[in-house]
Design a protein around this ligand. Structure first.
Ligand SMILES: Cc1cc2nc3c(=O)[nH]c(=O)nc-3n(C[C@H](O)[C@H](O)[C@H](O)COP(=O)(O)OP(=O)(O)OC[C@H]3O[C@@H](n4cnc5c(N)ncnc54)[C@H](O)[C@@H]3O)c2cc1C
Ligand code: FES
Length: 246
């Protein structure tokens, strides 16, 4: 069930190069799972902007976003106290039932935020996640410390080697062999590489371009092995086995 409500900005801070964290205060009771997203209305823009939920509690939701265009630029300039019109309860989110108790949790760039809440929920279920965070460079890195504070093993890769392993998240995966399952969110090219790099089952969260964000316009439809699926409604999380990579 999705819900439209007003949320007040109580924090909007720069946490890495072009990356900001917003904490919103409002009614979060329709948020059920890690991996769901909210859709934010912004003044002067026709389409809302979808952003994954990084964390939430009974009265706040935290999101992390990168400035890539007009909408996210507007968001970066919003001050504390501003009220936003937000749709919550969107998307399916991750299924916490996974093979074994050592799931690999992989976030690439601004695909990292939903993996934070996922990690917390997996730990609460008695799992022992291993985390890989992939970024372009040291300046892009965020949330490494927050993940470490959860008490999990955290590996970082950067394309230029300025921090962690030089290369891609798949370069870190090569040296890990005790994981039992995987969860991933990030750029398509990364998700495809991860699915090809492991014979383990897993779930990936896709960030398709969206129109309505709640299942009405069909604008985000993709072809899967189970038929056509709307990323905003039946997704954004899909099982590896159901995806068709073009
Ligand atoms: C389910 C979902 C969850 C998302 N979660 C996050 C998140 O947690 N943090 C975050 O920073 N971003 C996230 N995104 C992407 C975010 O929605 C877009 O970056 C944002 O809408 C861009 O708006 P804009 O007006 O700034 O840019 P626009 O002016 O609309 O576009 C600027 C550039 O970004 C590209 N772009 C826009 N939307 C997307 C998209 N969905 N996927 C890939 N490229 C896109 C455009 O092609 C263009 O090159 C998510 C997207 C989806 C669908
Ligand atoms: S964005 Fe409209 S159906 Fe998915």
């Amino acid at each position: 069930m999705n819900k439209r409500a007003k949320f007040k900005i109580i924090e909007n801070v720069n946490i890495a190069k072009d990356v900001f964290k917003i904490v919103l205060e409002g009614d979060t009771k329709d948020i059920k799972n890690a991996g769901q997203f909210i859709n934010i209305e912004l003044e002067s823009l026709y389409l809302r902007r979808p952003i994954s939920i990084c964390d939430y509690d009974d009265k706040t939701v935290t999101i992390i976003y990168k400035v890539v265009g007009k909408g996210t630029e507007i968001m970066a300039n919003l001050k504390n106290g501003v009220e936003l019109d937000v749709l919550t309860g969107l998307g399916n989110g991750f299924d916490l039932d996974c093979d074994g108790d050592r799931p690999l949790v992989i976030g690439g760039g601004v695909g990292t935020p939903p993996m934070y809440r996922l990690c917390k929920d997996l730990i609460a279920k008695g799992k022992k996640p291993i985390v890989i965070l992939g970024f372009g460079s040291k300046d892009d890195l965020f949330f490494e410390e927050e993940f470490k504070k959860l008490g999990v093993d955290v590996y970082v890769s950067t394309n230029d080697g300025s921090v962690g392993t030089k290369g891609f998240v798949t370069d870190v995966m090569k040296d890990l062999n005790d994981y039992t399952y995987f969860y991933a969110c990030g750029p398509m090219v990364m998700l495809k590489a991860i699915c090809g790099a492991t014979d383990k089952s897993g779930q990936v969260s896709l960030e398709e371009r969206m129109g309505c964000g709640f299942g009405a316009c069909m604008g985000c439809t993709i072809k899967t092995k189970d038929g056509y699926r709307r990323v905003c409604k039946e997704g954004p999380v899909f099982r590896k086995e159901s995806l068709i990579w073009e």
